[in-house]
Design a protein around this ligand. Structure first.
Ligand code: GLN
Length: 544
């Protein structure tokens, strides 16, 4: 019996990086505005169990959910667009699929059968297609199949999808294929052949897409739409233009103009419950594009060559622009390039400095130099996770004058380990999934800057780290003016620090960037951008 949930699959063709995640998130937004509950899941064809052990240079940032899953960065887009939290179940990898099948085999659950990709792996994939909708009872589940059609890794997913569609029928299971329609300058033409080939490749797996979303730098004229429709066996109104947008947050409007939501609902036999009410998003997008002023924040990290490595942070910063009527420019600063000699030249023009999370020693001393400059020059500063740890170490070294002051992550036998491993981490030998992960409560001190910013004393934020502020140093730091203002009520760990008397100097052991959405911008990023703007205005006044 088909279930009441409707299933939409998004596949990708021609090249990677066409924006399947943004397409899935935008369609989900449209259906949500139409009155349906929607969930999105990402199916990643790699063999890692999760991206937690991946170097950020591989696939960009690792996003963390409330329930402590280390997931693909697309889940960040889903949350920012939908304003609904995701969970462990929203990210499936081939590693997880194989792990389950192999575990079952070891338990003898296959009754002596030969365990094979078909049917055992494909059955497990199909079970995962519906698992989340059973848990979350959503009206529509959008599943994004990672990778590009034609990849060897994606084949079991496509076979599972072919079977699933056969079982559920086209009124309950819809396939959207995202392709590229490139413009050849020399010919002065949009080219449809790559799209035709990628649909052919899907057909080889037995899947006829229902809707083609065509990523393009130019508008798709009617004759190109007709040609794509005819050669790819789809209705003309199901050829959807997906033109490059000024901001990813404009994609839902552009797809609505193309009536993607209407085509999807018609095919899934769903009626629109609501008119599309874009008022909030329109205001946000207009403010994003027409700011009265701008600020420049230096994002100091060691993976800055790949901006995706800090995706949630950069999105949180730009989402915080409209609320302050400014555009937030990010200057990407490689922490390895900041020395004591050049720090002034590299950072003095900035309106705010954000020291990013990270792992390992490479580039760490540059982060220390950046913190010191922000602290001494009274420049708005936000340190996240390793950024907070750098702030603590810098303060220990240069204000408390502690000799050999470090994190035990970098120097196990440091004389003054102001950041050290949590007790429960000391016996951990496995890398994957063993950090302090997910949402933890934090109590903010009355009268602290953070209490004022959050407008609350009880907050909950997401974590991803092994090392912590060493409580043996708490009193010394407090006395010298670095205040531990956020404490975990259960284990008394320090979750935030602030410097008294500084314009804005905040470090958080947690990651506020995982909880900043378009409809609910994060107060901490908002306050940081606001402080950066006031600082900029002050500098301008002094100059004038
Ligand atoms: N490397 C540090 C730790 O494990 C910080 C981690 C982070 O910035 N996410 O505690």
């Amino acid at each position: 019996m088909p279930r009441p949930t409707k299933y939409v699959f998004v596949t990708g063709g021609v090249t990677s990086s066409l924006g399947k995640g943004i397409l899935a998130a935008s369609l989900a937004k449209l259906l949500q505005l139409r009155g349906y509950s929607v969930t999105i899941q990402k199916l990643d064809p790699y063999l890692n169990i999760d991206p937690g052990t991946l170097n950020p240079y591989e696939h960009g940032e690792c996003y963390v959910t409330d329930d402590g899953a280390e997931t693909d960065l697309d889940l960040g887009h889903y949350e920012r667009f939908l304003n609904v939290p995701t969970s462990q179940a929203n990210n499936v990898t081939t590693g997880k699929i194989y792990e389950t099948v192999i575990r079952k085999e070891r338990m003898g659950e296959y009754g002596g059968k030969t365990v094979q990709v078909i049917p055992h792996i494909t059955d497990e994939i199909k079970r995962n297609f519906t698992l989340i909708s059973e848990e979350q009872h959503c009206d529509v589940l959008i599943s994004e199949i990672g990778g590009t059609v034609g990849d060897i890794e994606s084949l079991p997913y496509l076979e599972a999808l072919r079977q699933f569609r056969y079982d559920y029928g086209e009124a309950h299971c819809l396939v959207i294929h995202l392709t590229l329609v490139p413009y050849l300058k020399a010919a002065g033409e949009l080219k449809t052949k790559p799209t035709q080939h990628s649909v052919k490749s899907l057909l080889q797996s037995g899947i006829q897409p229902d809707i083609l979303v065509c990523r393009s730098e130019h508008k798709l004229p009617q004759d190109v739409r007709t040609k794509i429709a005819r050669f790819c066996n789809v209705a003309v109104d199901s050829v959807i233009e997906n033109i490059n947008a000024p901001s990813i947050y404009d994609v839902p409007f552009l797809l609505a103009k193309e009536q993607l939501d209407m085509v999807v609902m018609r095919r899934l036999r769903l009626n629109a419950k609501n008119d599309l009410d874009f008022s909030y998003w329109k205001n946000f997008s207009t403010a994003l594009k027409n700011p009265s002023d701008e600020v420049t924040i230096g994002l100091v990290g060691k993976y800055v060559e790949l901006h995706d490595a800090y995706l949630s942070i950069s999105e949180s910063l730009s989402i915080s622009g409209p609320g302050n009527d400014v555009k937030v420019n990010i200057e990407w600063i490689h922490s390895e390039d900041i020395t004591q000699e050049n720090v002034k030249r590299v950072l003095s023009h900035l309106d705010g400095i954000l020291v990013a999370p990270g792992f390992g020693y490479r580039g760490f001393e540059g982060k220390i130099n950046a913190v010191r400059y922000a602290r001494e020059q009274n420049i708005p500063f936000l340190g996240i996770c390793l950024g907070m740890q750098a702030a603590v170490i810098e303060f220990g070294r240069n204000v408390l004058n502690l000799e050999d002051c470090n994190s035990t992550e970098f120097k196990e036998d440091a004389e003054n380990p102001v950041i050290s491993l949590m007790e429960e981490q000391k016996d951990v030998t496995q890398l994957g999934g063993t950090m302090r992960l997910g949402a933890y409560a934090c109590k903010l001190s009355k009268g602290s800057r953070l209490e004022e910013i959050y407008g609350a004393t009880q907050i909950e934020e997401r974590h991803r780290h092994r090392y912590e502020f060493n409580n043996a140093f708490k009193e010394a730091f407090k006395e010298a003016g670095m205040l531990p203002t956020g404490i975990n009520p259960k284990n008394k760990l320090v979750e935030t620090v602030e410097i008294k008397g500084h314009r804005f100097f905040i470090g958080t052991q947690f990651h506020p960037e995982y909880k900043c959405t378009v409809e609910k911008p994060h107060p901490l990023f908002g306050a940081f951008v606001k402080s950066a703007h006031s600082y900029k205005l002050e500098k301008e006044k002094v100059k004038a």
